[in-house]
Design a protein around this ligand. Structure first.
Ligand code: SF4
Ligand code: SF4
Length: 316
């Protein structure tokens, strides 16, 4: 795989600074039952890295000290961490709002038969990848039969009240198939609602459109296809200054499976520490407002067009 960091390191991206920390995005490990083409964490079935209970407990201490309310669990497939239920229960017992970034098919994996019920009982918000409502496109990006399994998983979640019960939010994520910007989130949402509703009786709350970042597996594929420079040109030439106000790193901290902290999940993948220094949650008491965020050319992926974050576009 191509290392794209040298291509992104030197940047003219504007300086951005932290505001009040309100969300921890915690990567529980890189193991996943899928191995999607666009994956920015190179996750897959063979990855072994997973967060230990010890690191989880250190994070819980940090949460208690800083009174963090929003916890965004990601991976890989976060549910495949053997301590996923322990950690989630601990978070819920503290009154945290927990988001599970779920790939849907994990709900149908052997040994995960009680997972959907667990998420429902703990009122965990689900943000689920479904990069298209057309079977062929999803299978091309995410693997054979992923679309049909995803539909079955969504129907299962709907049966439990996800998408209709106010306490059971179900949000979907779209990302483009290739090196292009996502279409309008608002307009695409209407297409998703109509198609998934009519064809499969599926309901959900929101659709989030996310721009593919030129890093990890997707970045490497761009290099292999000689498309990296063109994609960077697209991101840079579509820069919208207003999006700087809402980039997610201003209020979020990303933590990897070993407890190392980063300004965002993308910096985590590029191993760019806070202030360019590797720091671990066990050594950090708080995160200061006004602190400079570590940026690179990949940051243009967050500010192109309508903007992009883990919560979709950045249009206010
Ligand atoms: S994109 Fe998500 S579902 Fe696909 S391999 Fe990566 S972590 Fe797994
Ligand atoms: S890539 Fe990360 S650090 Fe850069 S703007 Fe986006 S969220 Fe912020």
């Amino acid at each position: 795989m191509h290392d794209v960091y040298p291509l992104l390191k030197y940047t003219d991206f504007p300086n951005i600074y932290r505001e009040k920390l309100d969300t921890l995005q915690i990567n529980l490990g890189y193991k996943c039952n899928q191995a999607c083409v666009h994956c920015h964490v190179n996750a897959g079935p063979k990855r072994k890295e997973q967060m230990s209970k010890e690191v989880m407990n250190l994070i819980l201490k940090f949460i208690d000290k800083n009174k963090i309310k929003n916890i965004d669990l990601t991976g890989g497939a976060p549910e495949l961490n053997t301590n996923f239920k322990y950690f989630t229960s601990q978070l819920v017992s503290r009154g945290c709002h927990v988001i599970d970034r779920c790939n849907l098919t994990v709900l149908l994996e052997d040994g995960q038969e009680d997972l959907a019920d667990f998420l429902c009982e703990n009122e965990v918000e689900i943000i689920a990848s479904l990069p298209c409502y057309i079977e062929e496109n999803v299978d091309k990006q995410r693997g054979k039969n992923v679309f049909n399994k995803s539909i079955r998983a969504l129907q299962l979640l709907n049966k439990l009240g996800y998408g209709t019960n106010k306490k059971l939010a179900l949000n979907l994520v779209y990302n483009p198939q290739g090196p292009v910007l996502p279409p309008s989130q608002k307009e695409l949402s209407l297409d998703y609602i109509k198609f998934l509703g009519q064809e499969y009786g599926i309901v959900f709350n929101n659709l989030y459109t996310i721009t593919n970042m030129p890093i990890a597996r997707f970045g490497s594929t761009l290099v292999s296809k000689n498309q990296f420079d063109d994609y960077m040109f697209l991101l840079k030439s579509s820069f919208q200054k207003n999006n700087l106000r809402n980039v997610m790193c201003r209020t979020l901290l990303s933590i990897d499976y070993e407890g190392n902290v980063y300004d965002c999940d993308f910096n985590q993948m590029l191993k760019i520490g806070i202030n360019g220094v590797k720091r671990n949650i066990k050594d950090i008491i708080n995160i200061d407002k006004g602190q400079k965020i570590s940026v690179g050319d990949h940051c243009y992926g967050c500010t192109a067009g309508s903007g992009s974050s883990c919560g979709g576009d950045l249009i206010e």
